[in-house]
Design a protein around this ligand. Sequence first.
Ligand SMILES: O=C(O)CCC(=O)N[C@@H](CCC(=O)O)C(=O)O
Ligand SMILES: [Zn+2]
Length: 339
Amino acid sequence: MLPAQTLFDGHGDWLAHTLTLGGQSCPELPLALAAGGQLQRLDTGLLHYQPDHDATDAPALILSAGIHGNETAPIELLNDLVDDIVNGRLQPAIPLLLILGNPPAIIAAERFTDHNLNRLFCGAWQAYPDCYETRRAAQLEAVCRAFRKQHQGPLRHYDLHTAIRPSRREKFALYPFVEDRQPPDPELAFLTEAGIGTLLLQHGHGTTFSSFTAEQLDAESFTLELGKVHPFGQNDLSRIAGLESALTRVIRNEPAPRVTGDQPPEIFEVVHEILNTGDHFRFHIADDVANFTEYPPGSLIWEDDTTGYRVGPEPEAIVFPNPRVPVGHRVGLMVRRKP
Ligand SMILES: O=C(O)CCC(=O)N[C@@H](CCC(=O)O)C(=O)O
Ligand SMILES: [Zn+2]
């Protein structure tokens, strides 16, 4: 067995190893890479890369995918990056925490098994009955906190997803809400470099993974939506090649390219969050409507027997319409371009 293969117990690559174990744990295992640095298996789907040089105050990066099990393109992208690191084609210059979020859901090819993992962060997992996802949210929080403790320089977190619906803006980023914080210019430049032309600013405290790292670990965090959900093997990774090359540059700690005249991302803000209000909730958005479809002023978006929502005086667009969520959960966001 090649030395790098010991990390994956002979199962081929990181993804194959993760899918073999699913919800089972595996022991920690450090591996000194031939090209330098140490890649440590922390547990199933969790890797920590530590460069040989002192990196206490260096920039550090958390990269996660598969928080939703059926969002396979980002899982393939992250696994490819790990493969490049393991095989010496990509030598990281910064500390990395690499995460495949929900292995049992990846095996099941489902968004989640018992509970939507991306609603369980910032301690929200404590409010639900024990299941794999509540335990995984607690573990991911602990692993990220430990990584933060070891690396006290600037921290970035990109949580990679794909969307259920098609989108009029194929790739977009979400910036979690943190009081008095705006996305800094280098992060806007990174999104442009990665071919992500739209940024949606969240409007309030969330319990997503990126909200957790932004709020509690002082990271510059983004949820990146990278196209539409497809099964493994049916993704066209050339559509996210811009992100792969931008991430490779960040991992090598190379300087950002000089401004090329590309437009910065167009910024949107949330004007209304649609929540499932229960049995009498009626949603007036059809199942085949794409993200960022615009509705004219006055359009009725949802109602129940006591209240509802109509578009305000300017057109608004819908993002993430999905009425099949538990009561109290998000059914969609109404957004508009930030003035
Ligand atoms: O397409 C959809 O409806 C959901 C795609 C997805 O998983 N999006 C994330 C966004 C997280 C955020 O708001 O930052 C999610 O819903 O968890
Ligand atoms: Zn997702």
